[in-house]
Ligand binder design. Structure first.
Ligand code: HEC
Ligand code: HEC
Length: 540
Protein backbone atom coordinates (compact mmCIF):
# COMPACT_ATOMS: atom_id res chain seq x y z
CA UNK A 1 0.00 0.00 0.00
CA UNK A 2 1.43 3.37 -0.96
CA UNK A 3 0.97 6.08 1.61
CA UNK A 4 0.94 9.64 0.29
CA UNK A 5 3.02 11.95 2.44
CA UNK A 6 2.24 15.58 2.88
CA UNK A 7 4.95 17.95 1.93
CA UNK A 8 5.57 20.35 4.74
CA UNK A 9 5.67 23.50 2.65
CA UNK A 10 1.95 23.29 1.99
CA UNK A 11 1.25 23.77 5.68
CA UNK A 12 2.73 27.22 5.54
CA UNK A 13 0.55 28.41 2.68
CA UNK A 14 -1.80 29.86 5.25
CA UNK A 15 -0.55 33.14 6.58
CA UNK A 16 1.29 34.38 3.50
CA UNK A 17 2.50 37.91 4.09
CA UNK A 18 2.57 39.21 0.56
CA UNK A 19 3.01 42.81 1.60
CA UNK A 20 6.48 42.02 2.94
CA UNK A 21 7.66 40.76 -0.40
CA UNK A 22 7.09 37.06 -0.50
CA UNK A 23 5.70 34.88 2.23
CA UNK A 24 5.89 31.15 2.50
CA UNK A 25 6.96 28.66 -0.09
CA UNK A 26 4.20 27.38 -2.36
CA UNK A 27 3.34 23.67 -2.09
CA UNK A 28 5.63 21.39 -4.07
CA UNK A 29 3.88 20.45 -7.29
CA UNK A 30 3.90 16.75 -8.23
CA UNK A 31 2.47 15.41 -11.50
CA UNK A 32 -0.59 13.13 -11.09
CA UNK A 33 1.33 10.33 -12.85
CA UNK A 34 3.92 10.33 -10.06
CA UNK A 35 2.37 11.26 -6.72
CA UNK A 36 4.74 11.56 -3.77
CA UNK A 37 4.81 8.49 -1.53
CA UNK A 38 7.18 7.66 1.32
CA UNK A 39 8.19 4.38 -0.37
CA UNK A 40 9.19 6.06 -3.64
CA UNK A 41 10.98 8.84 -1.77
CA UNK A 42 13.19 6.47 0.20
CA UNK A 43 13.94 4.38 -2.90
CA UNK A 44 14.88 7.64 -4.61
CA UNK A 45 17.14 8.54 -1.72
CA UNK A 46 18.90 5.16 -1.95
CA UNK A 47 19.35 5.50 -5.71
CA UNK A 48 20.53 9.10 -5.40
CA UNK A 49 23.35 8.08 -3.05
CA UNK A 50 24.33 4.78 -4.68
CA UNK A 51 27.66 5.00 -6.52
CA UNK A 52 26.79 1.70 -8.18
CA UNK A 53 24.37 3.64 -10.39
CA UNK A 54 27.39 4.68 -12.46
CA UNK A 55 29.27 2.45 -14.91
CA UNK A 56 32.43 2.56 -12.81
CA UNK A 57 30.98 2.65 -9.27
CA UNK A 58 32.59 6.03 -8.57
CA UNK A 59 29.69 8.46 -9.08
CA UNK A 60 26.38 8.83 -7.33
CA UNK A 61 24.02 11.69 -8.08
CA UNK A 62 24.97 12.93 -4.63
CA UNK A 63 28.70 13.02 -5.46
CA UNK A 64 27.98 16.20 -7.42
CA UNK A 65 25.00 17.37 -5.35
CA UNK A 66 25.89 17.56 -1.66
CA UNK A 67 23.24 18.94 0.71
CA UNK A 68 25.79 20.80 2.83
CA UNK A 69 26.86 22.64 -0.34
CA UNK A 70 23.20 23.46 -1.11
CA UNK A 71 23.02 20.58 -3.56
CA UNK A 72 26.02 21.86 -5.50
CA UNK A 73 29.52 20.40 -5.78
CA UNK A 74 32.46 21.49 -3.62
CA UNK A 75 34.95 19.46 -5.69
CA UNK A 76 36.38 21.63 -8.42
CA UNK A 77 37.49 20.35 -11.79
CA UNK A 78 38.52 22.39 -14.80
CA UNK A 79 36.75 22.06 -18.13
CA UNK A 80 38.76 23.42 -21.08
CA UNK A 81 35.80 25.53 -22.25
CA UNK A 82 34.89 26.67 -25.74
CA UNK A 83 38.47 26.82 -27.05
CA UNK A 84 39.25 23.26 -25.90
CA UNK A 85 42.42 24.46 -24.16
CA UNK A 86 43.21 24.27 -20.46
CA UNK A 87 44.54 27.31 -18.66
CA UNK A 88 42.72 29.89 -20.74
CA UNK A 89 40.21 32.45 -19.51
CA UNK A 90 37.11 30.59 -20.75
CA UNK A 91 37.61 27.49 -18.57
CA UNK A 92 34.58 26.76 -16.36
CA UNK A 93 35.26 25.37 -12.89
CA UNK A 94 32.80 22.51 -12.66
CA UNK A 95 32.12 18.91 -11.57
CA UNK A 96 34.55 16.03 -12.11
CA UNK A 97 32.77 12.93 -13.49
CA UNK A 98 34.20 9.64 -14.78
CA UNK A 99 37.08 8.53 -17.01
CA UNK A 100 35.57 7.91 -20.44
CA UNK A 101 34.48 4.31 -21.10
CA UNK A 102 33.75 2.89 -24.57
CA UNK A 103 30.87 0.62 -25.48
CA UNK A 104 32.86 -2.39 -24.24
CA UNK A 105 33.24 -0.58 -20.94
CA UNK A 106 36.98 -0.21 -21.49
CA UNK A 107 38.86 2.97 -20.66
CA UNK A 108 38.96 5.11 -23.76
CA UNK A 109 40.77 8.46 -24.06
CA UNK A 110 38.79 11.49 -25.21
CA UNK A 111 39.79 14.90 -26.53
CA UNK A 112 40.86 17.32 -23.81
CA UNK A 113 40.71 14.84 -20.92
CA UNK A 114 42.58 11.84 -22.32
CA UNK A 115 42.35 9.12 -19.66
CA UNK A 116 41.78 11.61 -16.84
CA UNK A 117 38.44 12.16 -15.19
CA UNK A 118 36.15 14.25 -17.42
CA UNK A 119 34.62 17.46 -16.13
CA UNK A 120 31.14 18.89 -16.86
CA UNK A 121 30.90 22.10 -18.87
CA UNK A 122 28.82 23.94 -16.25
CA UNK A 123 28.62 23.93 -12.47
CA UNK A 124 26.15 21.80 -10.56
CA UNK A 125 23.35 24.18 -9.61
CA UNK A 126 21.68 24.55 -6.24
CA UNK A 127 19.23 21.67 -6.13
CA UNK A 128 16.70 22.39 -3.39
CA UNK A 129 14.40 24.66 -5.31
CA UNK A 130 14.34 22.65 -8.51
CA UNK A 131 11.06 21.09 -7.30
CA UNK A 132 9.35 24.29 -8.43
CA UNK A 133 11.28 24.81 -11.68
CA UNK A 134 9.21 24.30 -14.81
CA UNK A 135 12.44 23.18 -16.55
CA UNK A 136 15.75 21.89 -15.23
CA UNK A 137 19.38 22.80 -15.98
CA UNK A 138 20.97 26.21 -16.47
CA UNK A 139 19.48 26.29 -19.97
CA UNK A 140 16.19 24.52 -19.14
CA UNK A 141 16.76 21.65 -21.56
CA UNK A 142 15.09 19.09 -19.26
CA UNK A 143 11.47 19.92 -19.98
CA UNK A 144 8.20 19.53 -18.17
CA UNK A 145 7.16 16.82 -20.66
CA UNK A 146 8.77 13.52 -19.58
CA UNK A 147 9.19 10.95 -22.32
CA UNK A 148 10.63 7.90 -20.60
CA UNK A 149 13.81 7.06 -22.49
CA UNK A 150 13.66 3.26 -22.47
CA UNK A 151 10.67 2.77 -24.77
CA UNK A 152 10.06 6.36 -25.82
CA UNK A 153 6.52 6.60 -24.49
CA UNK A 154 5.06 9.81 -23.11
CA UNK A 155 5.06 9.31 -19.37
CA UNK A 156 4.19 12.74 -17.95
CA UNK A 157 2.75 15.37 -20.31
CA UNK A 158 3.21 18.21 -17.83
CA UNK A 159 5.14 18.90 -14.63
CA UNK A 160 7.73 16.15 -15.13
CA UNK A 161 10.95 18.16 -15.49
CA UNK A 162 12.59 16.46 -12.50
CA UNK A 163 11.84 13.07 -14.04
CA UNK A 164 13.17 14.28 -17.43
CA UNK A 165 16.34 15.46 -15.73
CA UNK A 166 16.94 12.43 -13.50
CA UNK A 167 17.34 9.91 -16.33
CA UNK A 168 19.97 12.09 -18.03
CA UNK A 169 23.13 11.72 -15.90
CA UNK A 170 22.88 7.91 -15.76
CA UNK A 171 23.44 7.78 -19.52
CA UNK A 172 25.82 10.75 -19.71
CA UNK A 173 29.28 9.51 -20.71
CA UNK A 174 30.85 12.37 -18.75
CA UNK A 175 28.87 11.95 -15.54
CA UNK A 176 27.95 8.30 -14.92
CA UNK A 177 27.69 6.02 -17.97
CA UNK A 178 29.73 4.25 -20.63
CA UNK A 179 29.17 4.77 -24.37
CA UNK A 180 25.90 3.19 -25.49
CA UNK A 181 24.81 2.20 -21.97
CA UNK A 182 21.33 0.68 -22.04
CA UNK A 183 18.56 0.75 -19.45
CA UNK A 184 18.51 -3.04 -19.52
CA UNK A 185 22.15 -2.97 -18.35
CA UNK A 186 21.31 -0.51 -15.58
CA UNK A 187 18.35 -2.63 -14.44
CA UNK A 188 20.38 -5.83 -14.52
CA UNK A 189 23.16 -4.27 -12.50
CA UNK A 190 20.80 -2.86 -9.88
CA UNK A 191 18.87 -6.13 -9.63
CA UNK A 192 22.05 -7.95 -8.56
CA UNK A 193 23.61 -5.18 -6.45
CA UNK A 194 23.45 -4.75 -2.68
CA UNK A 195 21.86 -1.28 -2.40
CA UNK A 196 24.37 1.27 -1.08
CA UNK A 197 27.02 -1.44 -0.65
CA UNK A 198 29.73 1.22 -0.98
CA UNK A 199 28.25 3.76 1.44
CA UNK A 200 28.53 4.01 5.23
CA UNK A 201 26.64 5.91 7.94
CA UNK A 202 23.27 5.32 6.33
CA UNK A 203 20.47 7.70 7.39
CA UNK A 204 17.78 6.22 9.66
CA UNK A 205 15.03 6.14 7.01
CA UNK A 206 17.36 4.40 4.55
CA UNK A 207 18.41 1.86 7.18
CA UNK A 208 14.78 1.10 8.00
CA UNK A 209 13.87 0.65 4.33
CA UNK A 210 16.83 -1.65 3.70
CA UNK A 211 16.10 -3.71 6.81
CA UNK A 212 12.67 -4.39 5.37
CA UNK A 213 13.66 -4.68 1.70
CA UNK A 214 17.36 -5.41 1.28
CA UNK A 215 17.41 -5.61 -2.54
CA UNK A 216 16.47 -3.26 -5.35
CA UNK A 217 13.76 -5.57 -6.73
CA UNK A 218 12.15 -5.62 -3.26
CA UNK A 219 12.41 -1.82 -2.96
CA UNK A 220 10.85 -1.36 -6.41
CA UNK A 221 8.11 -3.84 -5.51
CA UNK A 222 7.22 -1.84 -2.42
CA UNK A 223 7.35 1.49 -4.23
CA UNK A 224 5.64 0.52 -7.48
CA UNK A 225 3.75 -2.72 -6.86
CA UNK A 226 6.07 -4.85 -9.00
CA UNK A 227 9.77 -5.63 -8.88
CA UNK A 228 10.44 -4.42 -12.40
CA UNK A 229 13.29 -1.90 -12.66
CA UNK A 230 12.72 0.53 -15.53
CA UNK A 231 14.06 3.93 -16.57
CA UNK A 232 10.65 5.45 -15.88
CA UNK A 233 10.57 4.10 -12.34
CA UNK A 234 14.15 5.20 -11.65
CA UNK A 235 13.17 8.70 -12.83
CA UNK A 236 9.97 8.62 -10.75
CA UNK A 237 11.80 7.58 -7.56
CA UNK A 238 14.64 10.10 -7.94
CA UNK A 239 12.20 12.93 -8.68
CA UNK A 240 10.03 11.96 -5.70
CA UNK A 241 13.02 12.06 -3.35
CA UNK A 242 13.96 15.50 -4.70
CA UNK A 243 10.38 16.72 -4.13
CA UNK A 244 10.71 15.93 -0.41
CA UNK A 245 13.80 18.14 0.05
CA UNK A 246 11.96 21.27 1.10
CA UNK A 247 14.26 23.81 2.75
CA UNK A 248 11.63 26.06 4.28
CA UNK A 249 13.12 26.91 7.69
CA UNK A 250 15.43 29.76 6.84
CA UNK A 251 15.52 32.82 9.09
CA UNK A 252 13.73 34.59 6.25
CA UNK A 253 10.89 32.02 6.35
CA UNK A 254 10.61 32.25 10.13
CA UNK A 255 10.57 36.03 9.90
CA UNK A 256 7.66 35.83 7.49
CA UNK A 257 5.87 33.42 9.77
CA UNK A 258 5.91 36.15 12.39
CA UNK A 259 9.05 35.41 14.45
CA UNK A 260 10.52 38.88 15.15
CA UNK A 261 13.84 37.40 16.34
CA UNK A 262 14.48 35.27 13.25
CA UNK A 263 16.40 37.88 11.27
CA UNK A 264 18.88 40.39 12.72
CA UNK A 265 18.45 44.09 12.08
CA UNK A 266 21.30 44.04 9.58
CA UNK A 267 19.75 41.09 7.72
CA UNK A 268 16.39 42.85 7.54
CA UNK A 269 18.09 45.95 6.20
CA UNK A 270 20.00 43.74 3.79
CA UNK A 271 16.70 42.36 2.49
CA UNK A 272 15.43 45.95 2.06
CA UNK A 273 18.50 46.85 0.03
CA UNK A 274 18.08 43.64 -1.97
CA UNK A 275 14.63 44.87 -2.98
CA UNK A 276 15.71 48.47 -3.41
CA UNK A 277 18.36 47.43 -5.94
CA UNK A 278 15.73 45.28 -7.70
CA UNK A 279 17.54 42.02 -7.16
CA UNK A 280 14.04 40.68 -6.45
CA UNK A 281 12.92 41.47 -10.00
CA UNK A 282 14.67 38.24 -11.02
CA UNK A 283 15.39 36.57 -7.66
CA UNK A 284 11.75 36.91 -6.62
CA UNK A 285 10.75 35.76 -3.11
CA UNK A 286 9.75 33.34 -1.76
CA UNK A 287 11.70 31.08 -4.15
CA UNK A 288 14.19 33.86 -4.90
CA UNK A 289 13.89 33.05 -8.60
CA UNK A 290 11.25 33.90 -11.18
CA UNK A 291 12.26 30.92 -13.38
CA UNK A 292 13.23 33.16 -16.30
CA UNK A 293 16.42 33.03 -18.37
CA UNK A 294 18.49 36.22 -18.33
CA UNK A 295 21.77 37.49 -19.64
CA UNK A 296 24.27 38.89 -17.16
CA UNK A 297 27.15 38.73 -19.66
CA UNK A 298 29.64 36.73 -17.62
CA UNK A 299 31.43 35.75 -20.81
CA UNK A 300 30.97 36.11 -24.58
CA UNK A 301 27.86 34.14 -25.54
CA UNK A 302 29.73 32.10 -28.20
CA UNK A 303 31.53 30.34 -25.34
CA UNK A 304 28.20 28.98 -24.10
CA UNK A 305 25.00 30.04 -25.89
CA UNK A 306 22.91 29.00 -22.84
CA UNK A 307 19.15 29.14 -23.42
CA UNK A 308 19.59 29.77 -27.16
CA UNK A 309 20.77 26.17 -27.64
CA UNK A 310 17.35 25.03 -26.44
CA UNK A 311 15.02 27.59 -28.05
CA UNK A 312 17.09 28.26 -31.21
CA UNK A 313 16.07 31.87 -30.66
CA UNK A 314 18.92 34.35 -31.18
CA UNK A 315 17.39 36.65 -28.57
CA UNK A 316 18.22 33.97 -25.94
CA UNK A 317 21.97 33.99 -26.59
CA UNK A 318 23.96 33.91 -23.38
CA UNK A 319 20.83 33.59 -21.19
CA UNK A 320 20.89 31.30 -18.14
CA UNK A 321 18.26 30.34 -15.62
CA UNK A 322 17.95 32.74 -12.72
CA UNK A 323 19.22 30.58 -9.84
CA UNK A 324 17.31 30.53 -6.57
CA UNK A 325 19.20 32.23 -3.76
CA UNK A 326 17.83 29.99 -1.00
CA UNK A 327 20.80 28.55 0.93
CA UNK A 328 23.08 30.43 -1.43
CA UNK A 329 25.57 31.07 1.42
CA UNK A 330 26.38 27.34 1.38
CA UNK A 331 27.40 27.25 -2.29
CA UNK A 332 31.06 26.52 -3.07
CA UNK A 333 30.96 28.55 -6.29
CA UNK A 334 28.61 30.84 -8.11
CA UNK A 335 27.25 31.28 -11.66
CA UNK A 336 26.89 28.68 -14.44
CA UNK A 337 30.65 28.64 -15.05
CA UNK A 338 31.72 28.72 -11.41
CA UNK A 339 33.64 31.92 -12.09
CA UNK A 340 33.02 33.31 -8.58
CA UNK A 341 33.77 31.58 -5.32
CA UNK A 342 32.17 33.91 -2.77
CA UNK A 343 29.28 36.34 -2.42
CA UNK A 344 31.56 39.35 -2.11
CA UNK A 345 32.67 38.74 -5.68
CA UNK A 346 29.04 38.31 -6.77
CA UNK A 347 28.08 41.66 -5.24
CA UNK A 348 31.15 43.31 -6.78
CA UNK A 349 30.05 41.87 -10.11
CA UNK A 350 26.59 43.46 -9.74
CA UNK A 351 28.38 46.69 -8.86
CA UNK A 352 30.36 46.37 -12.11
CA UNK A 353 33.70 46.04 -10.30
CA UNK A 354 34.25 42.85 -12.32
CA UNK A 355 34.10 43.31 -16.11
CA UNK A 356 31.20 41.82 -18.08
CA UNK A 357 30.21 41.45 -21.73
CA UNK A 358 27.48 43.93 -22.74
CA UNK A 359 26.07 42.08 -25.76
CA UNK A 360 22.38 41.24 -25.12
CA UNK A 361 22.83 42.08 -21.43
CA UNK A 362 19.77 42.50 -19.25
CA UNK A 363 19.08 46.25 -18.76
CA UNK A 364 18.38 45.66 -15.05
CA UNK A 365 21.91 44.37 -14.56
CA UNK A 366 23.47 47.02 -16.77
CA UNK A 367 21.91 49.82 -14.70
CA UNK A 368 23.07 48.57 -11.29
CA UNK A 369 25.37 50.39 -8.91
CA UNK A 370 25.59 49.37 -5.25
CA UNK A 371 27.16 51.50 -2.47
CA UNK A 372 29.62 49.64 -0.21
CA UNK A 373 27.38 49.97 2.88
CA UNK A 374 24.52 48.28 1.02
CA UNK A 375 26.81 45.47 -0.08
CA UNK A 376 27.74 44.77 3.55
CA UNK A 377 24.09 44.53 4.57
CA UNK A 378 23.14 42.43 1.55
CA UNK A 379 26.06 40.11 2.17
CA UNK A 380 24.79 39.36 5.68
CA UNK A 381 21.28 38.80 4.34
CA UNK A 382 22.40 36.50 1.50
CA UNK A 383 24.99 34.64 3.53
CA UNK A 384 22.90 33.99 6.63
CA UNK A 385 19.20 34.78 6.37
CA UNK A 386 18.47 32.43 3.48
CA UNK A 387 20.10 29.32 4.99
CA UNK A 388 17.97 26.51 6.41
CA UNK A 389 20.05 25.14 9.32
CA UNK A 390 18.94 21.58 8.47
CA UNK A 391 20.54 21.89 5.04
CA UNK A 392 23.78 23.25 6.50
CA UNK A 393 23.97 20.51 9.14
CA UNK A 394 22.74 17.65 6.96
CA UNK A 395 19.73 16.96 9.20
CA UNK A 396 16.67 15.08 7.88
CA UNK A 397 15.42 15.22 5.23
CA UNK A 398 18.81 16.53 4.08
CA UNK A 399 20.79 13.73 5.76
CA UNK A 400 22.89 11.44 3.61
CA UNK A 401 25.23 8.48 3.75
CA UNK A 402 28.98 8.82 3.52
CA UNK A 403 30.13 7.96 0.00
CA UNK A 404 32.91 5.54 -0.86
CA UNK A 405 34.75 8.44 -2.53
CA UNK A 406 34.81 10.28 0.80
CA UNK A 407 36.39 7.37 2.62
CA UNK A 408 39.95 6.18 2.27
CA UNK A 409 40.69 5.65 -1.42
CA UNK A 410 42.52 2.64 -2.82
CA UNK A 411 46.19 2.95 -1.91
CA UNK A 412 48.60 3.31 -4.79
CA UNK A 413 52.21 2.56 -3.88
CA UNK A 414 55.53 1.52 -5.36
CA UNK A 415 57.45 3.33 -8.05
CA UNK A 416 57.31 1.08 -11.11
CA UNK A 417 60.05 1.23 -13.72
CA UNK A 418 60.35 3.23 -16.91
CA UNK A 419 59.58 1.92 -20.38
CA UNK A 420 59.92 3.46 -23.84
CA UNK A 421 60.35 7.21 -23.80
CA UNK A 422 61.55 6.98 -20.18
CA UNK A 423 57.92 6.97 -19.07
CA UNK A 424 56.71 4.72 -16.27
CA UNK A 425 53.34 3.02 -16.85
CA UNK A 426 50.61 4.11 -14.43
CA UNK A 427 48.01 1.87 -12.90
CA UNK A 428 44.40 3.11 -13.13
CA UNK A 429 43.09 1.72 -9.87
CA UNK A 430 40.59 4.36 -8.72
CA UNK A 431 37.47 2.20 -8.86
CA UNK A 432 36.12 0.68 -5.67
CA UNK A 433 35.84 -3.10 -5.46
CA UNK A 434 32.53 -4.51 -4.26
CA UNK A 435 31.40 -8.12 -3.89
CA UNK A 436 29.34 -8.98 -6.97
CA UNK A 437 30.65 -5.83 -8.68
CA UNK A 438 30.10 -6.44 -12.40
CA UNK A 439 31.85 -3.21 -13.36
CA UNK A 440 35.14 -3.57 -11.50
CA UNK A 441 38.12 -2.97 -13.75
CA UNK A 442 41.74 -1.92 -13.55
CA UNK A 443 43.61 -0.11 -16.25
CA UNK A 444 47.17 0.71 -17.15
CA UNK A 445 48.20 3.82 -19.09
CA UNK A 446 51.30 5.74 -20.16
CA UNK A 447 52.63 2.44 -21.51
CA UNK A 448 54.06 1.46 -24.88
CA UNK A 449 51.28 1.12 -27.46
CA UNK A 450 50.45 -2.06 -29.38
CA UNK A 451 52.28 -4.40 -27.03
CA UNK A 452 51.30 -6.89 -24.36
CA UNK A 453 50.39 -5.78 -20.86
CA UNK A 454 50.02 -8.24 -18.02
CA UNK A 455 48.06 -7.54 -14.87
CA UNK A 456 49.01 -9.47 -11.77
CA UNK A 457 46.42 -9.75 -9.02
CA UNK A 458 47.52 -11.20 -5.72
CA UNK A 459 45.98 -11.75 -2.30
CA UNK A 460 49.33 -10.94 -0.69
CA UNK A 461 51.01 -7.60 -0.05
CA UNK A 462 54.59 -6.57 -0.78
CA UNK A 463 57.12 -9.31 -0.60
CA UNK A 464 59.37 -8.85 2.45
CA UNK A 465 62.31 -10.42 0.61
CA UNK A 466 63.35 -7.22 -1.11
CA UNK A 467 62.29 -8.30 -4.58
CA UNK A 468 61.95 -5.32 -6.91
CA UNK A 469 58.24 -6.06 -7.26
CA UNK A 470 55.93 -4.12 -4.98
CA UNK A 471 53.41 -6.95 -4.99
CA UNK A 472 54.03 -10.56 -4.22
CA UNK A 473 53.56 -12.34 -7.51
CA UNK A 474 53.39 -15.86 -6.28
CA UNK A 475 52.15 -18.39 -8.78
CA UNK A 476 49.70 -20.02 -8.58
CA UNK A 477 48.23 -17.81 -5.80
CA UNK A 478 48.43 -14.78 -8.08
CA UNK A 479 46.30 -14.45 -11.15
CA UNK A 480 47.70 -13.05 -14.36
CA UNK A 481 45.61 -11.38 -17.05
CA UNK A 482 46.93 -10.24 -20.41
CA UNK A 483 45.74 -7.63 -22.83
CA UNK A 484 47.11 -5.84 -25.88
CA UNK A 485 47.63 -2.14 -25.30
CA UNK A 486 45.71 0.25 -27.54
CA UNK A 487 47.41 3.44 -28.71
CA UNK A 488 50.50 4.03 -30.79
CA UNK A 489 54.03 4.67 -29.60
CA UNK A 490 55.82 5.23 -26.28
CA UNK A 491 53.68 6.40 -23.34
CA UNK A 492 50.51 6.39 -25.49
CA UNK A 493 49.45 2.83 -24.76
CA UNK A 494 46.66 1.82 -22.42
CA UNK A 495 44.72 -1.31 -21.56
CA UNK A 496 41.72 -2.28 -19.48
CA UNK A 497 41.35 -5.43 -17.43
CA UNK A 498 37.71 -6.10 -16.57
CA UNK A 499 37.68 -8.03 -13.28
CA UNK A 500 34.08 -8.69 -12.25
CA UNK A 501 34.11 -9.67 -8.58
CA UNK A 502 32.29 -12.89 -7.71
CA UNK A 503 29.11 -12.58 -5.72
CA UNK A 504 30.61 -14.31 -2.70
CA UNK A 505 30.32 -12.45 0.60
CA UNK A 506 33.36 -14.29 1.95
CA UNK A 507 35.39 -11.88 -0.21
CA UNK A 508 34.15 -8.91 1.79
CA UNK A 509 37.02 -7.42 3.75
CA UNK A 510 39.65 -9.03 1.51
CA UNK A 511 42.31 -6.86 -0.08
CA UNK A 512 43.40 -7.12 -3.70
CA UNK A 513 47.04 -6.29 -4.52
CA UNK A 514 47.74 -5.56 -8.12
CA UNK A 515 50.41 -4.33 -10.49
CA UNK A 516 50.89 -4.28 -14.25
CA UNK A 517 53.89 -5.30 -16.40
CA UNK A 518 54.23 -4.06 -19.94
CA UNK A 519 56.38 -5.85 -22.51
CA UNK A 520 58.66 -3.13 -23.77
CA UNK A 521 62.05 -3.74 -25.45
CA UNK A 522 63.30 -0.29 -24.43
CA UNK A 523 62.47 -0.71 -20.74
CA UNK A 524 65.18 0.27 -18.25
CA UNK A 525 67.13 -2.56 -16.68
CA UNK A 526 67.21 -4.67 -19.81
CA UNK A 527 64.44 -7.01 -18.67
CA UNK A 528 62.15 -6.06 -21.54
CA UNK A 529 59.46 -5.22 -19.01
CA UNK A 530 58.23 -1.87 -17.68
CA UNK A 531 56.39 -2.17 -14.38
CA UNK A 532 53.63 0.14 -13.22
CA UNK A 533 53.10 1.27 -9.66
CA UNK A 534 50.99 -1.06 -7.51
CA UNK A 535 47.70 -0.73 -5.65
CA UNK A 536 45.96 -2.26 -2.69
CA UNK A 537 42.20 -2.32 -3.03
CA UNK A 538 39.83 -3.33 -0.23
CA UNK A 539 36.77 -5.34 -1.21
CA UNK A 540 33.42 -4.02 0.13
C1 HEC B 1 29.36 14.51 -12.49
C2 HEC B 1 28.52 15.33 -11.67
C3 HEC B 1 27.04 15.11 -11.68
C4 HEC B 1 26.36 13.94 -11.43
C5 HEC B 1 26.94 12.56 -11.19
C6 HEC B 1 24.97 14.28 -11.44
N1 HEC B 1 24.80 15.62 -11.66
FE1 HEC B 1 23.08 16.66 -11.57
N2 HEC B 1 24.00 18.26 -12.37
C7 HEC B 1 25.36 18.36 -12.61
C8 HEC B 1 25.61 19.54 -13.40
C9 HEC B 1 26.98 20.01 -13.87
C10 HEC B 1 24.36 20.15 -13.64
C11 HEC B 1 24.09 21.41 -14.46
C12 HEC B 1 24.22 21.06 -15.93
C13 HEC B 1 23.64 22.12 -16.85
O1 HEC B 1 22.85 22.95 -16.40
O2 HEC B 1 23.97 22.10 -18.05
C14 HEC B 1 23.37 19.32 -12.96
C15 HEC B 1 22.01 19.61 -12.88
C16 HEC B 1 21.10 18.89 -12.13
C17 HEC B 1 19.75 19.31 -11.82
C18 HEC B 1 19.08 20.60 -12.29
C19 HEC B 1 18.88 21.58 -11.19
C20 HEC B 1 18.34 22.90 -11.70
O3 HEC B 1 17.92 23.69 -10.86
O4 HEC B 1 18.35 23.15 -12.92
C21 HEC B 1 19.20 18.32 -11.06
C22 HEC B 1 17.79 18.29 -10.47
C23 HEC B 1 20.18 17.27 -10.92
N3 HEC B 1 21.34 17.67 -11.56
C24 HEC B 1 19.97 16.04 -10.31
C25 HEC B 1 20.83 14.94 -10.52
C26 HEC B 1 20.46 13.55 -10.33
C27 HEC B 1 19.09 13.06 -9.91
C28 HEC B 1 21.56 12.81 -10.63
C29 HEC B 1 21.72 11.30 -10.63
C30 HEC B 1 20.86 10.55 -11.52
C31 HEC B 1 22.63 13.75 -10.97
N4 HEC B 1 22.13 15.02 -10.92
C32 HEC B 1 23.94 13.37 -11.25
C33 HEC B 1 26.31 17.47 -12.16
C34 HEC B 1 26.04 16.16 -11.84
C1 HEC C 1 18.12 40.56 -14.60
C2 HEC C 1 17.87 39.51 -13.65
C3 HEC C 1 18.74 39.51 -12.40
C4 HEC C 1 18.88 40.51 -11.47
C5 HEC C 1 18.23 41.88 -11.45
C6 HEC C 1 19.79 39.99 -10.47
N1 HEC C 1 20.18 38.73 -10.80
FE1 HEC C 1 21.40 37.55 -9.71
N2 HEC C 1 21.42 36.20 -11.22
C7 HEC C 1 20.70 36.27 -12.38
C8 HEC C 1 21.12 35.24 -13.30
C9 HEC C 1 20.56 34.97 -14.69
C10 HEC C 1 22.15 34.54 -12.65
C11 HEC C 1 22.98 33.38 -13.24
C12 HEC C 1 23.88 33.95 -14.32
C13 HEC C 1 24.80 32.98 -14.99
O1 HEC C 1 25.26 32.02 -14.39
O2 HEC C 1 25.10 33.24 -16.17
C14 HEC C 1 22.30 35.15 -11.34
C15 HEC C 1 23.17 34.72 -10.34
C16 HEC C 1 23.22 35.22 -9.06
C17 HEC C 1 23.93 34.62 -7.96
C18 HEC C 1 24.71 33.30 -8.03
C19 HEC C 1 23.83 32.15 -7.57
C20 HEC C 1 24.34 30.78 -7.90
O3 HEC C 1 23.73 29.82 -7.40
O4 HEC C 1 25.29 30.63 -8.67
C21 HEC C 1 23.76 35.42 -6.86
C22 HEC C 1 24.30 35.18 -5.47
C23 HEC C 1 22.94 36.53 -7.29
N3 HEC C 1 22.62 36.37 -8.62
C24 HEC C 1 22.57 37.58 -6.48
C25 HEC C 1 21.95 38.73 -6.97
C26 HEC C 1 21.86 39.97 -6.24
C27 HEC C 1 22.39 40.20 -4.86
C28 HEC C 1 21.23 40.85 -7.08
C29 HEC C 1 20.98 42.30 -6.85
C30 HEC C 1 22.19 43.07 -6.63
C31 HEC C 1 20.90 40.14 -8.29
N4 HEC C 1 21.37 38.88 -8.20
C32 HEC C 1 20.20 40.69 -9.35
C33 HEC C 1 19.72 37.22 -12.66
C34 HEC C 1 19.57 38.41 -11.98
Amino acid sequence: MRVPITIQASLFLVGTIAAQGGGALPPVPAPPQNPVTAEKAVLGKILFWDEQLSSDDTMACGTCHLPEANGADPRFGTHPGFDGLFGTIDDPLASPGIVHLDANRHYDPVAAFGLDVQVTGRTAPAAFTSQWSPEQFWDGRATSRFVEPEFGTLSIPNGGSLESQAVGPIMSTVEMGHDGRTWAEVAQKLAAARPLALATQLPADVQAALAQDPTYPALFLRAFGSALITAERIGFALATYERTLVADRTPWDRHHQGDPTAMTMSQRQGFQRFRQHQCDACHTPPLFTDHTYRVLGLRPWVEDPGRMAVTQNFADRGAFKVPSLRNTGLKPSYMHNGSMTNLVQVLDFYDHQIPSFPDNQDPLYAAMSIPAADKTLMLDFLQNALTDPRVAAGLPPFDRPRLRSEQQPNVVYGAGSAGSGSVTPLLMAHQPAVVGGVDFRIGVRDALGATTAVLAVSPLPASPTGLPLPIHVDLPASMLFTSTTAGVGPAAGYATFPLPIPNDTRLQGAVIYTQSFVLDPAAVGGWGIAASDAASIPVF
